[in-house]
Design a protein around this ligand. Structure first.
Ligand SMILES: [Zn+2]
Length: 465
């Protein structure tokens, strides 16, 4: 099938330029270093990036291991003006597992074919490592000197919560990693609205994580004997599970959805729907049928999510369990906590079932973290996007998943999740969203170029502030 092309004129670094050929090779080599987490093995990737950056003359380059093999790289490009704002460009080195039997190409082959680079990490998020590093490299080659300090941090363990990566660094190397502004993964794609989309999603917050185990007890015994419903822990837990799934979680018009409605390029009528509880529930029902991706994007903004995920009962098939456990993942809106979960359980289960429950928190828990769009850096980033794409707008997003930005935001930092991308004409929006942790992950090279250009322009822009 003939692949569609975009207007190469609009890229600062066309895909056949020597800069992008170099960046593509960099990414391909980085993908070949298998950093599947677990176990991670990020040190090898961190060493590789360190070598590249040192060869380019970066001097303050430090590899910090949180444990053997769990390498984090911090590179500091010292600014000339100690009063100027500092910027941290962050990205993680680890990737999620990939089962090669589902892929068209080797997930760790780093194959470059036509306008694509294939492999695990090509979209999440080794592409960003390369874009950030190459932006610094290209500017340094031109003799550019930053006014404010620019930091690069390529870190371990994000895919498993970041404890061995940014979690470790914020605890032990806070001064070294911290900056006035942080750019991380989590956004940058265009919302497919209208013929000429201009709204870039920027992650400004993350929902809280409050995983929980529920336990109920009953009468045990041998599998060959009959058991009363009222004594069966299995029966009670099956009911509990059903009720948790069926419960209609309330919709809440949060400040996050108000900010989104304010910024998004939609007619006033739709903005109204987004900020009215009643209309939103109806609107989401319709969207679910006509544009399921849209409801997937909007739902996390307005609703807590509880999903049962683990059932634990008898170890043996012929033994009736005395206790049954059900664990669920809970992602909560800003301001919500364990008390909110208890309230839901009380309502969903009714008094009798609720009173039979033991509620056991799975730690660590993490309240939602949120940054506002009312910040000068928000405007700076939007100006940069406008240089690249006339009329571009940034739309804030509270994400249902979690990234390393939470570590900064929970300490009062200002982190935006954005690595901008154009719409890949060969891949649908839905497929693009799933590719990051799915099969056949690949990046369209013009998007590697676009990300690089964004960081390149942003670093230059920081000098004008
Ligand atoms: Zn990621």
């Amino acid at each position: 099938m003939e692949q569609k092309r975009i207007d190469q004129q609009s890229l600062m670094f066309p895909i056949n330029s020597k800069e992008i050929k170099e960046a593509a090779q960099f990414l391909s080599d980085l993908i070949k270093i298998n950093t599947t987490n677990p176990p991670g093995n990020e040190t090898e990737a961190a060493e590789f990036c360190a070598r590249v950056l040192k060869e380019e003359g970066f001097e303050d380059v430090e590899l910090i291991e949180s444990a053997p093999g769990r390498g984090n790289l911090i590179v500091i490009w010292h600014g000339t003006d100690p009063t100027a704002k500092s910027l941290l460009l962050l990205a993680h080195l680890d990737v999620v597992p990939a089962d090669p039997s589902n892929w068209e190409k080797d997930p760790f082959g780093g194959e470059i074919e036509g306008e694509y680079i294939w492999g695990r990490g090509s979209m999440d998020i080794k592409n960003m490592v390369v874009a950030e590093a190459m932006a610094c490299i290209l500017l340094k080659r031109q003799g550019f000197q930053p006014k404010g300090t620019i930091k690069l941090a390529f870190t371990a363990d994000e895919e498993r919560g970041g404890v061995m990566g940014v979690g470790y660094l914020t605890e032990h190397y806070w001064e070294k990693i911290n900056a006035d502004y942080i750019i991380n993964e989590g956004g940058g794609f265009l919302i497919p609205l209208g013929k000429n989309p201009k709204d870039y999603v920027v992650q400004t917050g993350e929902k809280g994580v409050f995983r929980t185990t529920l336990r109920v007890r009953g009468v045990g015994g041998h599998g060959s004997f009959p058991i009363k419903k009222s004594e069966s822990a299995m029966y009670k837990m099956a009911k509990i599970c059903q009720k948790i799934i069926e419960y209609k979680y309330p919709i809440e018009i949060t400040p996050a959805i108000k900010e989104l409605a304010d910024k998004i390029s939609l007619p006033g009528f739709f903005k109204k729907i987004l900020t009215s509880k009643r209309f939103l529930r109806i609107g989401l029902k319709i969207a679910d049928k006509k544009m399921p991706v849209m409801s997937k994007v909007v739902l996390p903004f307005v609703m807590d999510v509880l999903n049962p995920t683990v059932f634990k009962a008898s170890e043996k098939v012929n033994v009736i369990p005395q206790q049954v456990e059900l664990s669920f993942d809970a992602r909560l809106l800003p301001g919500h906590d364990r008390g909110t979960i208890e309230k839901y359980l009380r309502k969903a289960l009714g008094k009798k079932l609720f009173n039979e429950l033991e509620i056991i928190p799975i730690e660590p828990s993490q309240p939602a973290t949120m940054n506002s769009t009312e910040n000068p850096f928000w405007n700076t980033v939007e100006e940069v996007l406008n240089e690249m794409h006339e009329g571009a707008k940034m739309v804030p997003m509270l994400s249902s998943g979690s990234t390393d930005s939470k570590y900064f935001r929970s300490k009062g930092g200002y982190a935006l999740g954005i690595c901008p991308m154009k719409i890949d004409p060969n891949i649908s929006f839905g497929e693009m969203l799933e590719m990051a942790h799915g099969k056949n992950e690949r990046i369209w090279i013009p998007n590697l170029s676009y990300g690089l250009e964004f960081f390149y322009r942003l670093i230059k822009k920081m000098n004008t502030l």
